[in-house]
Write a protein that binds this ligand. Structure first.
Ligand code: ATP
Ligand code: MG
Length: 299
């Protein structure tokens, strides 16, 4: 699938939803109806963070069964890395989390994906609200090509129907600061977004994603098109972002997983092989296939 197409198709749909809050919009927007927040005792809740629980997920492209009986908690306020060889199903899983998988002709998914206590595949769920609550950053930076730096972020807010606090200028600045980009662009906000370097463009896309204050951010190989310096900036940013957001990140870079992730999930042939604290996955995994993969014997 073309990442640019994914994002472009997503944003305009959001306009429609802004005038008609759905049950999930109000649930996703704050505390649950009884005020419960599903916070684990003793845990410091991140302000926007909610946890994802994937249970018994199966995903198909036509007759091809690409994700099988996949179960994974993505803990709130933590970074969860998905690793595994090419074709093992990592991108499919993240696209199932924010319901982008079903946009692919012939694709379907079964199973349960919960955002805290909301079933994202429930019959009353507004898919647009799901994608607003669960932001996505793609492999290739995909700023809106004709938009300025400012408008790239503002467009995300407007088209997603965001009505958060503060005026647009303040919200754009806050998002750019949150994406560690403000100091580099504050004097050129009117210039085209695509005039930035690749690493800056990726941080612009992160600014666009966080501008609507999502609960979760999905990142599918966000650094694979970047040089080592730009990669480290994104990794530093991930550390900052996890104070406020739950993050799932797909990576082929073992060092990156080791640097940024609290827990790491190893996938093979559409199945979960092992999910454990990152340190364990890289030093003492339970499954021999995990060990072979992380030590570079295949993949
Ligand atoms: N749009 C699609 N149409 C048909 N099959 C697809 C599509 N996208 C993925 N697949 C298939 O589903 C399986 C899982 O693919 P997926 O892209 O999720 O793997 P991945 O782990 O993200 O791989 P990579 O590391 O190369 O990005 C593969 O067999 C792939 O060929
Ligand atoms: Mg992929």
């Amino acid at each position: 699938m073309n990442p640019e197409t994914e994002n472009v198709t997503e944003i305009p749909e959001s306009t429609d939803s802004s005038s008609s809050p759905s049950p999930i919009r109000s649930t996703l927007g704050g505390a649950t109806q009884d005020g419960a927040t599903a916070t684990v005792a003793g845990e410091t809740p991140a302000s926007h963070a909610k946890g994802i629980t994937i249970t018994g997920l199966n995903a198909w492209y036509g007759s091809q069964h690409s994700v099988r009986d996949f179960t994974l908690p993505v803990a709130r306020g933590q970074v969860t890395a998905l690793i595994g060889p090419s074709g093992s199903g990592k991108s499919t899983v993240v696209r199932c989390i924010n319901r982008m998988h079903e946009e692919i002709p012939g694709a379907r998914a079964e199973g349960s994906v919960m955002l805290d206590d909301v079933d994202l595949y429930g019959s009353s769920v507004d898919v647009v609200a799901v994608r607003r609550a669960i932001g996505m950053v793609f492999q290739k930076p995909n700023p809106f090509p004709t938009f300025s730096i400012f408008d790239n972020v503002a467009a995300g807010i407007k088209l997603a129907g965001g009505k958060g606090e503060g005026n647009m200028r303040d919200r754009v600045e806050k998002s750019l600061r949150g994406a560690a980009l403000w100091d580099e662009v504050k004097d050129r906000l009117g210039e085209p977004g695509i005039g930035l370097s690749g690493g800056q463009q990726q941080r612009l896309c992160i600014a666009r994603a966080i501008a609507v204050e999502p609960d979760v951010i999905l990142m599918d190989e966000p650094c694979s098109a970047l040089d080592p310096g730009a990669t480290l900036k994104i990794e530093d940013l991930v550390h900052e972002l996890k104070k406020d957001y739950t993050i799932a990140i797909v990576t082929h870079n073992m060092q990156q997983a080791a640097r940024v992730a609290d827990t790491t999930c190893f996938m093979l042939d559409g199945q979960l092989v092992e999910h454990a604290p990152t340190e364990k996955i890289f030093s003492n995994p339970d499954d021999s296939r995990t060990e072979e993969y992380v030590t570079g014997k295949f993949g």
